[in-house]
Design a protein around this ligand. Sequence first.
Ligand SMILES: NC(=O)c1ccc[n+]([C@@H]2O[C@H](COP(=O)([O-])OP(=O)(O)OC[C@H]3O[C@@H](n4cnc5c(N)ncnc54)[C@H](OP(=O)(O)O)[C@@H]3O)[C@@H](O)[C@H]2O)c1
Length: 355
Amino acid sequence: MKRIPVIIFGAGGVGQALLKQIVYGRSQAITRNRCHFDVIAVADTHSCLWAAEGLSDAQLLTVVQDKRAGRPVNADPEQRPENVEILETAVAAGLENVIVVDVTAVAGMEPVIDRALDLDYRVVLANKKPLAGPWIAARRYFNNPRLRHESTVGGGQPVIATLRYLLDVNDTVYEITGQLSGSLGFICGRLDEGDSFAQAIVAAKERGYTEPDPRDDLGGQDVMRKILILGRMAGWPLETADLQVESLYPAAMADLSVAEFMQATPLLDEMMAARVTAVRQKGQVLRYVARVVAGSGSVSLQALPANSPLANMKYISFRTGLYDDEPLLLGGKGAGVEMTAAGVLGDMLGLVREM
Ligand SMILES: NC(=O)c1ccc[n+]([C@@H]2O[C@H](COP(=O)([O-])OP(=O)(O)OC[C@H]3O[C@@H](n4cnc5c(N)ncnc54)[C@H](OP(=O)(O)O)[C@@H]3O)[C@@H](O)[C@H]2O)c1
């Protein structure tokens, strides 16, 4: 049986779900894959828990409880080396075949990922930001057999695996289109039902479908990162400037506090109601659609026929050489922490199988 050391950066919703899935999935991992993950480190913003021989399952479940209760993974702030130093500690302990997992949501993780790859460690990302940075820095992360990132697009849906398969069989990708945001999909659905834009935003926020600051969703940057990742995988060395992004709130609202922004959202109702009415008269609905082709892409609110299958499901569509007249569609439930963590775990197991 393979013992695989694992370092996990991030213990938020996805990190906690991953820890539980590792603990409760141990017997299946052993039976099906003859592998045992030794989580040697878990780090959050201000603390880190470390054990070269692997933290016990009881310790991992305590981390989950502590984080849920708002406590750090380690109450001792002295125990917080820099993230790269955590990797060096693993090297000093003589550990090999280490898998480094980034389930943070922060920018600036590239030095950790680069060091891990330099060490011939393997890397799994749910964090989109390193893959969406400048191409010169991000290019080594694409089509790299030591790095996987299934959960960066489509939650746990096998979007990346499908695209990788198409590329592996020498299919040519012409266009990728999709509704890539669960929160914006929900908001568009509420607009169909007659909610004002402000009501739809409140409903999405109350259900926890948006980020704590809904502007993180409404600004389109998260969707832009997803379509950028798919476009780069398809072989196009795109930069963010190559993608046009329609923000659903004006720049003048960018500096408001979250509470002020939520209070101000009714100011956006009239503009959105006019758009909804205009498309409804043509039997259409509004959907926030991302699209990428060679060299360019866009992320914007678009009118789709209300009765089209594509307006009624969260989907990603691949138009390729093999799937030209009838695109390959992938649809189903979007993101959630459990599905996202399952995508991370699947990547970890995939890397182990290839060792
Ligand atoms: N939630 C979803 O359904 C979903 C779906 C698809 C993809 N994703 C992606 O998965 C990632 C994780 O999402 P999430 O919902 O779990 O986010 P989250 O709840 O905000 O958790 C982020 C975690 O990262 C930690 N962190 C921040 N900076 C760090 C650093 N420098 N070093 C180590 N840890 C650091 C945070 O620490 P503290 O706890 O101390 O703040 C927190 O534990 C994100 O990139 C997100 O885009 C999420």
